[in-house]
Design a binder for this molecule. Structure first.
Ligand SMILES: Nc1ncnc2c1ncn2[C@@H]1O[C@H](COP(=O)(O)OP(=O)(O)OP(=O)(O)O)[C@@H](O)[C@H]1O
Ligand SMILES: O=C(O)C1=C[C@@H](O)[C@@H](O)[C@H](O)C1
Ligand SMILES: [Mg+2]
Length: 175
C-alpha cells in the first residue's frame, strides 16, 4: 500500500513535489496545512490562524486535523505533505507512528529556503528582531529532527521539482 508522507522545512517543495508524485502514481494528495484550514474554517489563511491561536494552539489543531485525516482515510492510499513545523509537534509524530506509512524528508539548502520564504514576506514564526538568525536556528534544529525521523532523506539541492519527483518515485515499491 502506498502511503507517502513528505516532510521538510517550510518551502522545501512538499506541496509541489507531493502533488506531482500523487498525479504520477494516481493517488490522492492532501496537504496538512489545507486540512487544518478546512477544520478551522473561520480563518482564511494559515498565517492568520497561527497569529490568532499561537504556536501551542496551532500544534493542537494540527494534531487534531492529522488524526481526522487518518480516521477518514483508513485503508486508503495517499500522498500527504506535512506542515513545516510538524516535526516539532510530538502529538502529530505520535499519530504518524505507524508502519503503513513511508516518510520522506526533503532536505534543502538553508539559504535557498530562506530566500524562497521571504519572497512572500516574513511569516509569523520568523517575526522578531533578526528573522535570518531565527531561521538559521530553526533550520539547524529541525533538519536534525527530520533526518532522525524520516525513513528516507532526499537531497533536493540543485534539483528541479520534476527531478525530485522522479527520485522519490524510483524509491517507491511498485509490487
Ligand atoms: N526544487 C525546487 N527548486 C526551486 N524552487 C522550488 C523547488 N521546490 C519548490 N520550489 C518553490 O518554492 C516555493 C515553495 O514550494 P512548495 O509550496 O512546494 O513548498 P512547501 O514545502 O509545500 O512549503 P510550505 O511549507 O510553505 O507548505 C514555490 O514557489 C516553489 O515553486
Ligand atoms: O514552519 C512552521 O513552523 C510552520 C509552517 C507552515 O507550514 C504552517 O504549518 C505553520 O505556519 C507553521
Ligand atoms: Mg506546502
Amino acid at each position: 500500500m502506498q502511503r507517502i508522507i513528505l516532510s521538510g522545512i517550510k518551502h522545501s517543495g512538499k506541496s509541489t513535489v507531493g502533488w506531482a508524485i500523487a498525479s504520477r502514481l494516481g493517488l490522492f494528495f492532501a496537504d496538512l496545512d489545507d486540512l487544518i484550514l478546512r477544520d478551522a474554517a473561520d480563518f482564511s489563511s494559515i498565517r492568520e490562524l497561527f497569529r490568532e491561536i499561537g504556536a501551542d494552539g496551532f500544534q493542537k489543531q494540527e494534531a487534531e486535523s492529522l488524526n481526522h485525516f487518518f480516521q477518514a482515510n483508513e485503508g486508503k492510499e495517499f500522498v500527504l505533505s506535512l506542515g513545516g513545523g510538524t516535526i516539532e509537534n510530538s502529538l502529530a509524530l505520535e499519530i504518524m507512528n505507524r508502519d503503513d506509512v513511508t516518510s520522506y524528508y526533503l532536505d534543502a539548502d538553508e539559504n535557498d529556503l530562506f530566500n524562497r520564504i521571504i519572497r512572500g514576506g516574513i511569516p509569523p514564526f520568523l517575526e522578531g528582531e533578526d528573522p535570518k538568525k531565527k531561521f538559521s536556528d530553526l533550520y539547524k534544529r529541525r533538519s536534525a529532527l527530520y533526518r532522525n525521523w524520516a525513513f528516507r532523506i532526499i537531497d533536493t539541492r540543485g534539483k528541479t521539482p520534476a527531478e525530485i519527483t522522479d527520485e522519490i518515485i524510483d524509491t517507491v515499491d511498485h509490487t
